[in-house]
Design a protein around this ligand. Structure first.
Ligand code: NG1
Ligand code: MG
Length: 492
């Protein structure tokens, strides 16, 4: 059984709101479309509605799985599920966009308990399975006693780096909790879903699941890991964050890049551990290495510069340093997707992680350039909305983009072009989420919003009409206030 954690900022909010009549359900979250589609499909009314928001990460990319804190905010846009409990253990699943998300054959709950994706490309329904699996494995009384009829919809662009996958995992898990009466904290749901989303095959961190379920309306969240803790942080009043879709889609679970980056961070950690005399097989997470050594980030960067070379390490070189064989290394440190990769850029990846990360409880780093996440939080907490403050925040965002582009190499030429156009008007802009496509987040002066949008339209979107595919500017570029975490609505 999983142990229950209870320390999230959003933990004091109930998981569900009870509604007394059907009309109330239709008035929640623009849900009449999905309620109607549910009724057409299943010839009955839904009993539950679940909303789980997507997110933008404002600063701190590809560091959650290294154990470092990140700084996301929940979007108003999200995944919306309408559902009713079934009479047997089957899950019937349909998507409102049935042309894009093909209907799948019903599957039994018993099949989910031990489900993993295997070698096929991930399908949209796999994320639903991840969510249910997490809750089922908690082994609470009443769990998985009934299946569901489900209609999935919402207004989040998929494969765009705004975390539609985790929002779907969270929404499914929350539906499981509420309908089977599993009473656990939001923090536990976040932890469980971070683990189970890995069954699709990517070794992600826990940022997306945490923000989707723990977010507080009006605030961004500093999310720390091990143990998971979320701290609400108010953004400066005049800061307008704009999400801009590069129109390049990236299915990270279907590609080798994401997991290779995770493996590179692990290998960098293990080599450093070995070099300083620790057991490389047990020290696999950069933050844990830093804690064990009691070093500052600046000192960690010195270690990187001393022990890792700038040119890529081959598998054979890594085995040599660690005194092991490729077979053992594959079992200890690599994942399936990077089985065929032979060159690992350990110096650059570790430098990116230590540059952008900071231990929130360790104030020592604030004077160095190293702590972009903590620095961002510190500035926000000064509650000063002056132009100088916004310029400083924007500069941190631009620096973060450069680190993602050059050191972590998780950008894309079109995303870089968009960042270039955006940052001419914005205080700053950076890719958000895993990268290799997806969205940009920009901090834009309030009075320049119109100019920002029209410049993006002429200098970016108009030039890529083929990719645009008829989408409106409102779909591609939108402002968003920090929204609240996931919520279920139940008619009684
Ligand atoms: P995306 O691909 O944007 O949902 C992924 C990971 C995060 C984090 C970011 C990079 C999952 C579910 N999400 O987000 O944990 O590592 O990349 O900062 O794997
Ligand atoms: Mg995702």
């Amino acid at each position: 059984m999983e142990k229950a954690a209870t320390s999230g900022a959003g933990d004091n909010k109930p998981l569900a709101i009870t509604l007394s009549c059907r009309e109330q359900l239709k008035n929640v979250r623009d849900s009449s479309g999905i309620c109607d589609a549910f009724k057409v499909k299943y010839k009955e009314n839904p009993e539950f509605l679940v909303h789980a928001p997507g997110r933008v990460n404002i600063v701190g990319e590809h560091i959650d799985y290294c154990g470092y804190a990140v700084f996301p905010m929940a979007l108003e846009q999200g995944i919306l599920i309408a559902a009713s409990k079934g009479k047997d253990d089957l899950i019937h699943l349909a998507n409102i966009d049935e042309a894009k998300y093909l209907e799948c054959a019903p599957f039994g709950l018993s099949e989910i308990r031990s489900w993993t994706r295997g070698d096929a490309s991930p399908k949209w329904q796999d994320y639903v399975k991840c969510g249910f699996r997490g809750i089922m494995n908690l082994e609470h009384e009443g769990v998985a006693t009934s299946g569901f009829k489900i209609m999935v919809g919402g207004n989040l662009p998929a494969a765009a780096g705004v975390s539609s996958s985790s929002a779907l995992v969270i929404a499914s898990a929350l539906l499981g909790c509420v309908s089977w009466n599993v009473q656990i904290s939001r923090t536990t749901i976040a932890e469980v879903c971070a683990k189970t989303e890995r069954y699709v095959g990517t070794e992600g961190g826990g940022m997306d699941q945490a923000i989707s379920v723990l977010a507080e309306k009006g605030n961004a969240m500093l999310v720390e890991f091990n143990p998971l803790r979320s701290i609400a942080v108010r953004l400066p009043g005049d800061a307008i964050f704009v999400v801009c879709n590069s129109m390049v889609t990236m299915e990270k679970a279907a590609t080798v890049q994401f997991n290779t980056r995770v493996a590179e961070c692990r290998l960098a950690c293990q080599i450093l551990a070995k070099r300083v005399g620790l057991d490389w097989k047990t020290v696999k997470v950069l933050k844990n290495l830093q804690s064990q050594l009691g070093k500052s980030l600046a000192e960690m960067i010195q270690l990187v510069q001393y022990h890792l070379k700038e040119s890529p390490h081959t598998l054979a070189e890594i085995c040599d340093i660690l005194g092991t064989t490729p077979e053992v290394l594959k079992a200890e440190s690599l994942n399936k997707q990077c089985a065929g990769v032979n060159e690992f850029k350990l110096f650059q990846r570790a430098t990116h992680v230590f540059e952008v990360s900071v231990n929130p409880s360790d104030g020592r780093e604030t004077e160095t350039k190293a702590g972009r996440v903590l620095e961002f939080r510190r500035i926000c907490e000064c509650e000063d909305s002056s132009v100088e403050t916004l310029v400083t925040l924007g500069t941190l965002m631009n620096e973060s983009h450069v680190s993602c582009r050059d050191l972590y190499q998780c950008s894309h030429e079109k995303l870089d072009k968009l960042q270039d156009v955006a940052s001419k008007i914005a205080f700053g802009a950076r890719l958000t989420g895993a990268g290799w496509g997806g969205c940009l987040v920009a901090l834009v002066p309030r009075e320049k919003l119109d100019e920002f949008r029209s410049t993006l339209e002429t200098d970016y979107y108009e030039k890529l009409k083929g990719l645009r595919n008829g989408r409106s500017m409102d779909e591609l570029v939108f402002t968003t206030a920090p929204a609240e975490g996931a919520m279920a609505y139940h008619i009684q």
